[in-house]
Design a binder for this molecule. Structure first.
Ligand code: IPE
Ligand code: IPE
Ligand code: MG
Length: 253
């Protein structure tokens, strides 16, 4: 009818969808993406960074407050040295090229993982990006780099044991909150959903403790192909999940 607005305009992004507070992403399949196109694996990693940029934007648009991405695992050291150093340089380049944009977009960056064994200049860079974005109040982007969940739990256990040995902590005071606070992710909510691309259905040592009640969404596309439509499909899947946390859930009421 004349004068009536079209029904589909002015719909806020994400309307009707449950927006997770925290999304974790295992960005997998860069190598296979490249191989399928006759390119070198490293080119897949370059494309993967572009997909990550897109994901950060989608999280901002759809109002997701926390995003944790797995970019290099403690087990990835077993790859050929050329590939490892390429990925390390990519992190440096990402920080250098995107820092201003992240600041403009009010993004707070936190980098989790082992810093021992990393090049001194890389540690400085990590500390610099964290310090420069510390006061930002928008999306918190957590980059898991040189990260392994088992090593994270071991480090936390060691820290608590030292506290006990020094007489500052009673073993009976060790509870889930205290252990959680000794992890790299202290202060972050647990992920509501963990996405893994490229069809693999495993955690590969990502956020083992924090994923206790996460919803898992496995998608077949390789990480460089993950776009806004893929993101919305994940939100739709998450919206339709019935999270029970050991209770009886909404369907039973
Ligand atoms: C994920 O892609 C990126 C990293 C692990 C650094 P992969 O490099 O694992 O790609 P595939 O799984 O070999 O295809
Ligand atoms: C997990 O992917 C690590 C990252 C995405 C950074 P991998 O490709 O290393 O995992 P596996 O070896 O297939 O389990
Ligand atoms: Mg892989």
């Amino acid at each position: 009818m004349a004068g009536e607005p079209a029904a589909s305009v002015n719909v806020a992004p994400g309307a009707g969808l449950k927006i997770p507070r925290h999304i974790g992403v295992i960005m997998d399949g860069n190598g296979r993406w490249a191989k399928q196109r006759g390119k070198r694996r490293t080119e897949g990693h370059v494309e993967g960074v572009k997909a990550l940029r897109g994901l950060v934007e989608h999280c901002i648009t759809y109002g997701v407050p926390y995003l944790t991405v797995f970019s290099f695992s403690s087990e990835n050291w077993s790859r050929p040295p050329d590939e490892v150093s390429f990925i390390f340089n990519l992190l440096r380049r990402f920080v250098a090229s995107d820092l201003q944009r992240l600041i403009r977009n009010n993004v707070r960056v936190r980098i989790i993982g082992a810093r021992e064994g990393l090049d001194h200049s890389l540690v400085k860079l990590i500390e610099d990006v964290e310090a420069k974005t510390e006061g930002n109040t928008g999306l918190t982007l957590v980059v898991a780099f040189n990260y392994g969940a088992k090593a994270e739990i071991v480090a936390a256990a060691r820290h608590l044991a030292r506290e006990v040995a020094a007489g500052r902590l009673d073993p009976d005071e060790i509870d889930e909150q205290r252990l959680g606070n000794a992890l790299y992710t202290a202060g972050l909510p647990d992920p509501d959903v963990i996405i893994r691309t490229s069809g693999e259905q495993r955690l590969s040592n990502f956020l083992l403790w924090q994923a206790a009640y996460s919803e898992f969404v496995f998608v077949d596309e390789h990480w460089p192909d993950f776009n806004e439509a893929s993101f919305v499909r994940v939100l739709e899947t998450f919206t339709n999940r019935d999270r029970r946390f050991g209770g009886i859930g909404t369907a039973a009421l």
